[in-house]
Design a protein around this ligand. Structure first.
Ligand SMILES: *Cc1c(COP(=O)(O)O)cnc(C)c1O
Length: 479
């Protein structure tokens, strides 16, 4: 059937393809564990397989879906694979996918209450539910952004608004230079935010870490004193709860206390680690985060919600709104005073209905289901760390508090640079097997391998098999 010249796809055709697509999704998720995690494609393969120009005449959907299966899927790195352990392992869970499908169908824009009352209010309700699960006080108001990079940018814009009220009118020119502080293991998005907000690289100071890769508070105290003496204004401190390289947890209570002395905003980057606060025995890692001004938690990382969904909690939402609120006439309406206008909490006017999928996830799994799944991931990471530690030549290089194990193969007789090359070869062998996928980082200049457990489908068998692949790869890479 060719597509009509005007109007949308006819309802009967949509229904038929929607059924096909649903079947495909269910089959894909059931079988993804048998596919290669990383595709055997080369840069340019897909581009070369597709025409340079779009079709003049509409094509039958069957053909489009066929090309999706035949050309697109073989070029996918399967983040849904239960042995995907790279970066931070994430999940598009069943309920999350259903929410995403319905959000696409509704296609509302949640910029003001009137543009979609339910989308605005479900965002209030869902972020409040998550706040309860995380054990944060009701003084934190939540808003959903696309990514943690955006959430941190907006939080730091609010910090700038507080530190330099005059900048709103006059801009940053001619003002006393200010600084934002984060550990040397903070995510690059924090430095990017400092650049975007006009602080420049000089306005971003990296604080050294202790032997466990946590922000050294003595060093932070020294940096703050030094900068204040030099006439700089401490604008914000950004502790991380779950850093990217090792999932280390900065001492947030001490950081909050120090920042307070200097009147600096505290923004907590818990993009990855945040959901672990749902688990009672892991909650102590987060002690003191309730004293922060803002916190980012990404449900699209470790809370089974398809990308994108990042929640920014702010205890001073007026500062956030002051930083971004410009209401043009065509968006004014009588309910403005009685409801939130989510367009006022960041740069984007248009906003997807992201709370729907998070609401589905929170309801389907419930607190107990979320708790058990996250706990299981931490247990799997700890089990793996135990096996690694018990094997001669292998070392775990950072404490395992969350779902990430940072480790390397470094037998005594292998020198530093040779060990770096060896670890790269091991990683490449495992990834080339298609059975598992991991990524690396550098710690103290040394190549370090990472296994992040966080996919809803991952079981002990996947972790154990990956450990076997790693040991075999080490044998082969040395030989
Ligand atoms: C993943 C991550 C980010 C970036 O998240 P995006 O949503 O991809 O922007 C920032 N900080 C930490 C600690 C992260 O783990």
């Amino acid at each position: 059937m060719t597509s009509p010249r005007t109007g949308d796809m006819p309802p009967g055709e949509l229904r038929r393809h929607a059924h096909d697509v649903s079947d495909w999704i269910a089959d894909y998720l059931a079988g993804v564990g048998d596919m290669p995690v990383f595709p055997s494609v080369r840069p340019g393969d897909l581009t070369a397989a597709l025409p340079a120009e779009p079709p003049a005449r509409g094509e039958p959907m069957e053909r489009v879906l066929d090309d999706f299966r035949r050309l697109v899927v073989p070029g996918i790195t399967h983040w849904n694979h239960p042995a995907f352990f790279g970066y931070f392992s994430v999940s598009a869970s069943g309920p999350g996918i259903l929410g995403e499908m319905l959000a696409a169908a509704l296609n509302v824009n949640a910029m003001v209450w009137r543009s979609s009352p339910a989308a605005t209010e479900l965002e209030d309700v869902t972020t409040a539910w998550l706040r309860v699960l995380l054990g944060l006080p009701a003084t934190f108001e939540g808003v959903i952004n696309d990514t943690a990079s955006s959430s941190s940018l907006y939080a730091l814009a609010a910090a700038r608004e507080v530190a330099y009220p005059e900048s709103h009118r006059a801009g940053m020119f001619g003002l006393r230079p200010g600084r934002i502080y984060a550990s040397e293991h903070a995510h690059s998005s924090v430095e990017k935010a400092a650049l975007t907000l006009g602080f420049g690289q000089d306005g971003f100071r990296k604080i050294p870490t202790d032997p466990y890769f946590r922000m050294d508070v003595e060093e932070l105290a020294r940096a703050l004193r030094e900068d204040v003496d030099a006439g700089l204004q401490p604008v914000a401190v950004v502790p991380t709860l779950g850093t990217t390289s090792t999932a280390s947890v900065d001492p947030v209570a001490d950081v909050v206390a120090l920042a307070r002395e200097h009147g600096a905003w505290v923004h907590v980057d818990a993009a990855y680690g945040g959901p672990a606060a749902i688990v009672p025995e892991l909650r102590p890692l987060f002690e003191g985060w309730e004293g922060a001004d803002s916190i980012v938690v990404n449900p699209h990382k470790w809370l089974f919600t398809p990308i994108d969904c990042s929640v920014l909690y702010c205890r001073r939402p007026q500062a956030l709104v002051r930083a971004f609120s410009i209401v043009p006439e065509y968006l004014t309406s009588s309910e403005l005073a009685a409801s939130r206008s989510l367009m006022d909490y960041g740069v984007s006017l248009g906003r997807r209905f992201r709370s729907l999928k998070l609401w589905f996830v929170l309801r389907y799994f419930g607190r107990e289901g979320l708790e058990d799944r996250i706990r299981e991931h931490v247990d799997l990471a700890k089990a793996l760390a135990g096996w690694i530690e018990d094997t001669p030549g292998w070392t775990v290089v950072a404490p395992v508090d969350l779902g990430l194990v940072a480790f390397r193969f470094a037998p005594d007789e292998v020198g530093g640079e040779e060990a770096d090359r060896l670890n790269h070869r091991i990683m490449e062998r495992v990834n080339a097997s298609g059975e598992a996928f991991l990524t690396h980082t550098a710690l103290g200049g040394r190549t370090t391998l990472r296994i992040a457990v966080g996919n809803v489908k991952t079981t002990q068998a996947h972790v154990a098999r990956t450990w076997t692949l790693l040991r075999n790869a080490a044998e082969a890479a040395r030989g």
